[in-house]
Ligand binder design. Structure first.
Ligand code: DQA
Length: 142
């Protein structure tokens, strides 16, 4: 099977983006870590990073055949209603990940329109959060 790894706006430059907040791991590092975590199950990783919400919707619609997903929506967390609706129709378990502890930051980051639909959420653990989400999906997906 294939695990879907979704990263939203401004996450393509991970490793060079506000490094004091988001750390130095790049998206390639994250893809490698997630791949390592699920390799034992024979899964590969389909990684998509898009800055536009509509492009993310396209990618999710094209990924119903994946076994489960890890989603860092970036700022679309707060008001990404069409991303929310796309995920509502995604047929497999998925986990929301945020590198930073959004609840320790500005109040506009405290609301997620996606989280009510997620199997779970990991925030504040940096890039290792993706790895932990991958491990959780191994349990959630039969
Ligand atoms: C983020 C947190 C969001 O508030 C922010 O807009 C991001 C990154 C995180 O991974 O910590 O783009 O999703």
């Amino acid at each position: 099977g294939e695990l879907l790894l979704v990263n939203g706006p401004n996450l393509g430059i991970l490793g060079r983006r506000e490094v004091s907040v988001y750390g130095t791991d790049t998206l390639a590092d994250v893809e490698k870590a997630v791949g390592e975590e699920v390799a034992g199950r024979g899964w590969s990783v389909r990684s998509v990073q898009r800055n536009g919400e509509g492009q993310l919707v396209d990618e999710i619609e094209a990924s119903y055949d994946t076994v489960g997903a890890i989603v860092n929506p970036g700022a679309l967390m707060m008001a990404g209603w069409s991303l929310r609706d796309a995920l509502a129709n995604y047929p497999r378990p998925w986990i929301e990940v945020h590198l930073s502890n959004v609840w320790a930051r500005e109040s506009f980051r405290h609301e997620s329109v996606l989280a009510p639909l997620a199997s779970g959420l990991i925030a504040g653990l940096g890039a290792r959060g993706y790895r932990l989400a991958a491990r959780a999906l191994l349990d959630l997906v039969d």
